[in-house]
Write a protein that binds this ligand. Structure first.
Ligand code: ATP
Ligand code: MG
Length: 622
């Protein structure tokens, strides 16, 4: 017979409820608006230390470690090598990469006692790249993929939804270095495949989507999303094919925007540009009402301020400050601030992520009213592309199809009608800048696009030379020539992944863990932990332990109803109830129920351990 001490020593497999620390709650914390947040608190997995800062309690930590273990296994399986850097890193490295200036307030900066600048890692491209820079000599060392599963800190403006968006969290972040595109591509795809396996093993249905690949150099980028009503991301999906993209990246079939335009021959018939008096008409809506027409007839012109623009703007008007070379001699020229006029069809919205990517800018935002007035030399509401000389004009592709449009005339109370692209104005740059919306046609198959809300769990990204160049990483090829390696970056949030498992697997009573990440696999509930019931519960627990099944034995002196409610809340996959009456039968039985299923079955005591063993391992996929 097993005594308490034995359980205590072997607590990895058998845990007595009274010996652990699982403070379940009946009430819901006031700030917990989503299921995972509520259930992690109520089931005793998690407590809050401060806004965005959490403590995993023993039950929560068990599942957390399992997600981590799955991620680690899949990383190791593709040859990624684990390291353990510090979380606090020298600010110098961030100054080298240029991100000391661009990261903004999300990055927690601290000073040490000597006044030196340090950063509490929000991510680790700099730290790992500096490591590789010091160690890399020859092409023979490449490709190299390094990862860590480690603390990150981001001073999020609005931490919310529990660990979904915390300030401190654990990320698996990997970084790869390559001699050529083909090698980067191979690792990028191996990562993508590993991510798909990781999320599948965690019981998650993820939607991989094309993502913005940023301002500098990057080419491919994929995000792994889970559908979520509270998701921060908008996903654009096609009803007829596999097209899936983050709205930040999504494009649609250009034909859609041609519908209302005229053919070139018709265009030559468009009357000459004509100013019209539009007193006190400033918004597109007012203009539509005034001219009794639709928004898609207008060319909307917005003035944007862009920061850290790495595009060559020499010769273009009204740019702002002079270009500066950041960090290293090889780094591209960057304009700290520049202004642009952006023209788009009146019924559409500018996608600022696309705009930033086109301008190779770290961020873009609408210019302040006073700047607009200064730069356009016109009152607010009358900006337009015709005669605009003070700013580089960037036009969305839709504008290039407009051959009888209406725009602001850069003069108070005046608009132009019969505006023809190419005849009346020529932009400095044209690009796809529109925000795709539900109903637009798919760029691949023409099918109907629709939107979903999603949360990002992971991200893989080809960075190109962005960090290796600015941080001056190099290696020698077989001929002794110096080269800069290509780089990729790959992240998964462990906390967010765990919370998302609960979002996908729960009911009104509590969590319903997939076996792979359940904190315990079996919970044994003796109706009263005494006499033959206790003896059988102990024996069964010991038998399961023999086959390395993780058991929580509810030895509390509580009413069965309380124990059942807690078991449902904690979501442990198999619940075994041991009761006196069932043991007194001719063939003694125990009651076994899979969490999430409505009915239980009776298992003969003599066969119970073997059957549970089979059930658990079947679900583990072993
Ligand atoms: P988000 O857009 O949600 O802020 P991100 O794009 O900034 O995320 P990455 O830099 O790509 O995030 O980080 C990789 C992963 O780290 C994300 O996919 C996510 O799972 C996780 N993550 C990022 N920020 C947080 C956070 N504040 N709390 C928990 N996990 C986070
Ligand atoms: Mg991301």
């Amino acid at each position: 017979m097993l005594g308490k001490d034995v359980f205590y020593v072997k607590d990895y497999y058998i845990m007595l409820f009274t010996q652990t620390f699982i403070p379940t709650l009946r009430e819901v914390p006031a700030d917990a608006v989503i299921a995972s947040h509520r259930l992690m608190f109520r089931s005793g997995m998690l407590r809050k230390l401060a806004n965005g800062l959490f403590v995993y309690l023993p039950l929560g930590l068990r599942s957390f470690r399992k997600v981590e273990a799955i991620v680690r296994e899949e990383m190791n399986a593709i040859g990624a090598l684990e390291i353990k850097p510090t979380v606090v890193v020298p600010g110098e490295l961030w100054k080298e990469s240029g991100r000391w200036e661009t990261m903004g307030d999300a990055m927690l900066r601290v000073k040490n006692r000597l006044g030196g600048d340090f950063v509490v890692s929000p991510t680790a491209e700099e730290a790992v790249t500096s490591l590789v820079r010091d160690a890399l000599a020859s092409y023979r060392q490449l490709p190299l993929t390094i990862y860590q599963i480690n603390t990150k800190y981001r001073d999020e403006i609005r931490p919310r939804y529990g660990v979904m968006r915390g300030r401190e969290f654990i990320m698996k972040d990997a970084y790869s270095y390559h001699t050529d595109e083909a090698s980067l591509d191979e690792t990028y795809h191996a990562m993508g495949a590993a991510y798909r396996r990781i999320f599948k093993r965690c019981g998650l249905s993820v939607i991989p989507v094309q993502a913005d690949s940023g301002a500098m150099g990057g080419s491919d980028s994929e995000e792994f999303m889970v559908e979520s009503a509270i998701g921060d991301n908008t996903l654009i999906l096609c009803r007829d094919c596999d097209y899936a993209a983050n709205v930040e990246k999504a494009s649609c079939k250009p034909e859609a925007v041609l519908a209302d335009s005229l053919s070139p021959t018709q265009a030559s018939a468009v009357p000459a540009l004509e100013p019209i008096h539009t007193p006190a008409v400033k918004t597109i809506e007012q203009l539509c009402a005034f001219l009794k027409t639709d928004a898609h007839k207008f060319i909307k012109t917005l003035i944007y301020r862009a920061r850290n623009v790495a595009l060559d703007l020499s010769g273009s008007p009204g740019v702002g400050g002079l270009a500066k070379r950041k960090s290293s001699p090889e780094a591209p020229l960057v304009y700290p601030e520049a202004f642009f006029a952006v023209a788009i069809r009146g019924d559409l919205e500018v996608n600022e992520v696309k705009l930033a990517a086109v301008l190779k800018a770290s961020e873009v935002s609408l210019a302040a009213d006073a700047e607009v007035v200064r730069l356009t030399a016109a009152p607010l509401g009358f900006a337009g592309p015709v005669g605009l000389k003070s700013l580089p004009l960037v036009a969305d592709l839709t504008v290039t199809t407009m051959q009888d449009g209406i725009t602001g005339a850069l003069v108070a109370d005046t608009h132009y009608v019969h505006v023809v692209y190419g005849r009346d104005f020529v932009p400095w740059l044209t690009a796809d800048l529109r925000t795709v919306v539900s109903g637009d046609p798919c760029s691949l198959c023409g099918g109907e696009l629709y939107e979903k809300k999603g949360n990002e769990l992971g991200h893989i990204f080809k960075l190109g030379y962005k960090y290796t160049r600015s941080m001056q990483v190099s290696y020698l090829d077989e001929n002794g020539q110096t080269h800069i390696p290509l780089m990729g970056t790959y992240g998964i949030g462990i906390d967010r992944t765990l919370a998302s498992v609960i979002e996908e697997h729960h009911d009104d009573e509590g969590i319903i863990w997939p076996m792979t990440v359940a904190p315990y696999q079996v919970i044994i509930i003796p109706i009263t932990y005494a006499g033959p019931v206790k003896a059988l519960a102990d024996t069964l627990a010991a038998d399961l332990e023999q086959s390395r099944i993780e058991v929580l034995l509810d030895d509390r002196n509580e009413r069965p109803g309380v124990k059942f409610k807690d078991a449902d809340l904690m979501g442990i996959p198999y619940r075994v109830v041991v009761g006196e009456k069932n043991l007194a039968r001719d063939t003694p039985v125990v009651e076994v129920k899979r969490r999430g299923e409505a009915t239980f079955r009776l298992l003969e005591v003599a066969k119970a351990a073997a059957e549970l063993n089979r059930l658990v391992y079947r679900e583990l996929g072993c």
